[in-house]
Write a protein that binds this ligand. Structure first.
Ligand code: HEC
Length: 128
């Protein structure tokens, strides 16, 4: 028996159903957003984040999840749930001066609605 084998969940207060926003950020977003690769909005940079915060949490989160310009859909991580991804966006928004919280069921539903709309639009033929 060793103290070193404590499960991670016992050390980091993982919310029910997945990783925290900060954990997801470190695993999946930091590589681009810490330094601003391809002009990614830099974490902790209030100037980068101010216009994004104005878009509102459902719109910005849904847009990022489906991908925009150089931002890969889901941050390129197929294993993330929408809820985990949304927590990461909220965590990043807080570093940038916002007060966004991990989404509850109602907010998650609004994010899902944005995602569905964007996916439907993406499926339309270019001339349609
Ligand atoms: C491969 C690099 C890369 C990774 C990994 C990445 N991003 Fe991005 N992200 C970008 C770039 C580049 C932009 C700027 C896109 C633009 O506006 O042209 C961006 C933009 C965004 C935006 C703003 C979207 C908008 O509407 O302007 C959010 C929110 C975001 N990323 C969240 C995340 C989250 C959350 C993760 C991790 C799960 C992540 N990103 C991982 C490159 C990355």
């Amino acid at each position: 028996m060793s103290a070193a084998v404590l499960p991670v969940a016992a050390q980091t207060a993982t919310p029910a159903g997945g990783r925290t926003g900060e954990t997801v950020y470190r695993e999946a977003c930091m590589a681009c957003h810490a330094s601003g690769v391809n002009k990614a909005p830099r974490t902790g940079n209030a100037k980068d984040w101010a216009p994004l915060l104005r878009e509102g949490q459902p719109a910005l989160t849904g847009t990022a999840w489906t991908g925009i310009r150089q931002m890969p859909a889901k941050g390129g991580r197929e294993d993330l749930t929408l809820e985990e991804f949304s927590r990461a966006v909220a965590w990043m928004a807080r570093q940038g001066g916002g007060n966004w919280q991990d989404p509850d069921a109602a907010l998650l539903a609004r994010i899902e609605a944005v995602v569905k709309k964007r996916e439907a639009r993406a499926k339309k033929p270019a001339n349609g």
